[in-house]
Ligand binder design. Structure first.
Ligand SMILES: Nc1ncnc2c1ncn2[C@@H]1O[C@H](COP(=O)(O)OP(=O)(O)OP(=O)(O)O)[C@@H](O)[C@H]1O
Length: 230
């Protein structure tokens, strides 16, 4: 579903963020993306969502080279991607309903369909009945689940999460990951960027590790294991 071939990214100003990155995330797969702060995790996600563009190599989604996606086509590409952020980017002065409904309003769904889908998404994340609350009235874990409901409300085939458990305690973090598993079980492809190696260790999924913009191979990972770094 997502393929990176020899991908590099240098920001204006000369900061190298990714170098020769190769990987393939298969349709229906769930995987983690990890690495030190500044390793390039967010940049990799931004290349998939075309928030940033690669300087070299090829990024493709479903076989389509996204370098060929024009600016006016970007919103269509993003419709197929649910994006979840650590600080969830919620509108604090709007209700939970309004926050979750946003992608559907943008897509022009009828109000009846919006009500039905928002209720379904809130039900999935365990927030049914909280439509009228403002996010400010919810706990950190609940706010994160509103962000997740918004990301999945239009049933995207691909879910990307950038440090989705960053502010949460271990129990809530695990709950959030179980939620991602539920979506994955239903066929959604999921890629989760996280620092939380403890959490990764408790799950059975493939992990892509970045170090200074490069993907570490199995050999380097084993060597690091020996040093107790990873
Ligand atoms: N907009 C930008 N302009 C210039 N340099 C940037 C920009 N965004 C990121 N960088 C640099 O690119 C490198 C990779 O950053 P990135 O945010 O992708 O790392 P990360 O692994 O997500 O880090 P963290 O875990 O701290 O969020 C870093 O050296 C960072 O300083």
């Amino acid at each position: 579903m997502i393929r990176f071939e020899q991908v590099s990214k240098v920001y204006p100003g000369g900061q190298k963020a990714l170098a020769d990155v190769n990987f393939h995330l298969k349709r229906g797969e769930m995987a983690f993306l990890t690495g030190h702060s500044g390793a390039g995790k967010s940049t990799l996600l931004k290349l998939i969502t075309v928030i940033e563009r690669a300087n070299g190599g090829r990024v493709s989604i479903n076989g389509h080279d996204i370098a060929k996606v024009t600016r006016s086509q970007v919103p269509y590409l993003r419709r197929d991607i649910g994006m979840i952020f650590q600080n969830h980017h919620l509108l604090m002065n709007k209700s939970v309903f309004d926050n979750v409904a946003l992608p559907l309003i943008i897509e022009g769904f009828s109000i009846g369909e919006i009500r039905k889908r928002v209720a379904g998404a809130l039900d999935m994340v365990g927030l049914y009945g909280k439509e009228r609350h403002n996010p400010i009235m919810l706990s950190g874990g609940e706010q994160q689940r509103v962000g997740i409901a918004r990301a999945i409300v239009n049933k995207p085939p691909l879910l990307l999460a950038d440090e989705p458990t960053g502010n949460l305690d271990p129990k809530l973090s695990m709950d959030i990951l179980r939620l991602f598993e539920t979506f994955n079980d239903a066929g959604t492809t999921v890629l989760i960027a996280t620092h939380d190696l403890g959490l990764i260790a408790r799950m059975k999924y493939r992990t892509l590790t970045l170090k200074q913009g490069r993907v570490l191979g199995a050999e380097e990972l084993n060597a690091q294991d020996g040093l107790g770094i990873n």
